[in-house]
Design a protein around this ligand. Sequence first.
Ligand code: AMP
Length: 363
Amino acid sequence: MKTIGIIGGGQLGLMIAEQAHVLGVRAVALDPAPDAPAFRVCDDHIVAAYNDAEALERLCRMSDAVTYEFENVPGDILIPLSEKYNIPQGYRPLYDSQDRFREKTNARDHGLRTPGFAAVDDEASLRAAVRELGLPAVLKTRTLGYDGHGQMVLRREEDIERALPLLTVPCILEEFIAFDSEASIVMVADREHVVSFPVGRNIHRDGILDLSIVPAAADAEVLGRMKVQSERFMRDCGYEGILAIEYFIRGREIFFNEMAPRPHNSGHYTIEGCTTNQFRELVRYLVGEPLQEPRLVAPTVMKNILGQDLETARQVEREHRPNVYVHLYGKTESRPKRKMGHITFVGMTGDEYEKEWADRFVK
Ligand code: AMP
């Protein structure tokens, strides 16, 4: 029986472990929190910091292949480990995604269109970037930003003053894209093939994913182009394993926003909405099984459950409705903006969700 190791024990680790078990594969996770969600289903676990080299080495020794669900694993630890142990995705895709400036430069160098962007370190470079890119623009920290944290939209000249406190760390200024919609694609690649999951439309609220609606109601040519260019990008970069890319769609234009070399929140719908899912294909890749091309079962909507909707989600779970799948991650502490679970509605369109379900959740 094979064992996979997962650096990180959050909900992504939990769902990787669940799908590993479906394939008869053991799972071990490492996380600093003793009550990490993945520990409930993993066959073994290690409580340790992500920069604890000795503990990470122990995880590698327990595993036939190691992956990460946490994006900020330090390279000075992961690189030496990937020379000794089987971490087939390696450090490269993490390195390329850990810094927003590097990430966008890499995307552009490999043929993807991005919003205009410039590195910003101080007031002078911020003012120069505003002159170059115009307003509105979005200022973001280069590293450690997630779910809209460490971001600010600059609309007027006066906003530059207000943005200065953010410049204690290196930042990036991006052209503001007045997009029609946001979309993402999740791909899994081995040496020979890339499989990709159907593109979903993503609706964010306060910078956090709220809904994924699949298929994305965008022009078929635009969606086809997104698939082709994403798969080519993954190949050209030489990435293997899993990669999610988020895009903005404006008219017929597609702009790369960001990528993540791990299962993605917008891909949770695949568990019940597709014939195979992002977690299962990642595990197949890790244990060297041939990948399966996914198909959408039916139109699907995924609703993220943050702390404020946890009680409603529990109620929905008790209703045992057909084609409504409630996933609660078992986090011990619930907070208003914390991801506590998700609900997948299979056989439902975005319009039907709005009519029948939207009112049950906090607006
Ligand atoms: P991010 O963490 O970069 O994905 O940003 C979080 C959210 O902020 C995105 O999903 C968008 O809704 C919005 N956003 C980020 N960058 C831009 C941009 N350049 N133009 C317009 N909206 C943006």
